[in-house]
Design a protein around this ligand. Structure first.
Ligand code: ARG
Length: 462
């Protein structure tokens, strides 16, 4: 057979307008899928030979050529060519240059439609694993910070008003829970991405006796797709990844926001290390929390990328449409944004200086013990609603006097209820947190237990 016959013709050689090519080429970014594409091609070629669909010798050359191409790409020596449009054609054309005619057998029983769907699933599975591992590292940093500051008491907030005292560790464990749900969402996404499209061909299946299970197991997929049309048209796994990432970034943004607030002079609960702050060009006193601000700011990109994929998919007729190529850049951007944000926050947490004395005095100075005073009256027999009213009046009086609750005398307390006795003066932030001894509460014994269980959860999953 003359070599000419098997040559991969570039779309421009087939007459594609230069401007159309420029507009449609994806090689500038889909080259990032080279490992997944090569792995899928290797599994496919092995299967084709095993099934007697292509000669064993040819399969052998294909495998060797593909391995060489992978090395070329990794060494930065691969001659990427825009006129070859995407990663699939670039690799196949290079294979042709390397091994000649046999390269033309690789695309037997396959289409770029099931090929790209396979590459994307492999990519998303890897991204889920990376996300889960990075989340685990941030969770570990949260536990380390919580354990190093186990006794710190801070005001807990609602409506950003000081509400009730809580342990700082308890507050950090709230983020641990949020991140746990995030990793659950990535694992859930992974479980549905875990399905092999190859064998679907362009959309209808292929007229060869394939062993799809073999390809699946070579690539680490646990099952094969059940419908060839869905297999090439589906990008739900990209939507799910984007949705999980958007929720995770939302959580990181909340954490970042608290770091920004707490490191302000107004709060003064944290001091940021110079290594994670920037100064101002004109205000010499500044330590700006740029990393936390950027983490907060980049969340918008993840939301935008989720909306981009949902909108791209909306209204697409079955099966493959070129619109689907637009799944890549937003996904890559989200993966990079998410992993980088997790990484930098994991590095930032251990460098924070926790100012526990400031936290505790903020909790003590405020009226954060008002609920405890009401609960005190309840324990003496007063219905809660009535106690709430009495303490509201008491607090209004104290505010008018410019006093904190601990600055009031027993005589002043008793003006609001005769049930107050000397022991009300013993109420303090420590007693307040200790009293919240319910499962999930902020009592020190509960938090110690929660920290232990959280460690175990991380260990079990590792
Ligand atoms: N670059 C394409 C994509 O990302 C690969 C599949 C092309 N298939 C096709 N029929 N043109 O979707």
């Amino acid at each position: 057979m003359p070599e000419q016959k098997d040559r991969i013709e570039s779309p421009t050689a087939r007459g594609l307008d230069e401007r159309a090519l420029k507009y449609s080429a994806s090689i500038a970014y889909d080259r990032r899928l080279y490992r997944h594409d090569i792995a899928a091609s290797i599994a496919h070629a092995r299967m084709l030979a095993k099934q007697g669909i292509i000669p064993g010798d040819d399969a052998h050359s294909i495998l060797r050529g593909l391995e060489e191409i992978r090395e070329e790409i990794e060494r930065g020596e691969f001659p990427f060519r825009e006129e070859l449009e995407d990663i699939h054609l670039n690799i196949e054309a290079r294979l042709q240059e390397k091994i000649g005619e046999a390269a033309g057998r690789l695309h037997t029983a396959r289409s770029r439609n099931d090929q790209i769907a396979t590459d994307m699933r492999l990519f998303v599975i890897e991204a889920c694993d990376d996300a889960v591992a990075s989340i685990r590292r941030l969770q570990t940093a949260l536990l380390d910070l919580a354990e190093a500051n186990q006794n710190a008491v801070m005001p807990g907030y609602t409506h950003l008003q000081r509400a009730q005292p809580v342990l700082f560790a308890h507050h950090l464990l709230a983020y641990f829970e949020m991140l746990d749900r995030d990793s659950g969402r990535f694992l859930d996404c992974r479980s549905r991405a875990d399905e092999l499209p190859l064998g679907a061909g362009a959309l209808a299946g292929v007229p060869y006796r394939l062993d799809r299970e073999f390809v699946a197991s070579e690539l680490g997929f646990s099952r094969v797709s059940r419908n060839s049309i869905d297999a090439v048209a589906d990008r739900d796994f990209v939507v799910e990844f984007q949705a999980a990432a958007a929720a995770a970034m939302m959580h990181l943004s909340r954490l970042a926001e608290e770091i920004v607030l707490w490191s302000s002079d107004e709060f003064g609960f944290l001091r940021l290390p110079v290594t994670f702050t920037t100064g101002s060009s004109i205000m010499p006193q500044k330590r700006n929390p740029d990393v936390a601000e950027l983490a907060r700011g980049r969340t918008g990109r993840a939301y935008g990328n989720l909306i981009a994929i949902l909108t791209m998919l909306k209204g697409l007729p079955l099966a493959y449409n070129r619109d689907l190529q637009e799944d890549k850049q937003p996904l890559f951007d989200t993966v990079d944004t998410l992993l980088a944000t997790l990484e930098v926050l994991t590095a930032l947490l251990p460098a924070l200086e926790v100012r526990s004395e400031r936290m505790e005095s903020a909790a003590a100075e405020s009226y954060a013990l008002a609920t405890d005073v009401a609960d005190y009256l309840v324990r003496k027999g007063m219905p809660f609603r009535e106690a709430h009213q009495a303490v509201a009046d008491l607090v209004r009086y104290a505010e008018g006097e410019g006093k904190s609750l601990s600055g009031l005398s027993l005589e002043e307390y008793r003006r609001y209820s005769p049930l107050f006795e000397h022991d009300v003066l013993a109420l303090d932030v420590r007693a307040s947190v200790a009293a919240r001894d319910v499962p999930g509460g902020t009592a020190p014994s509960r938090v110690t237990e929660a920290l232990k269980l959280a460690r175990e959860r991380l260990r079990d999953e590792a």
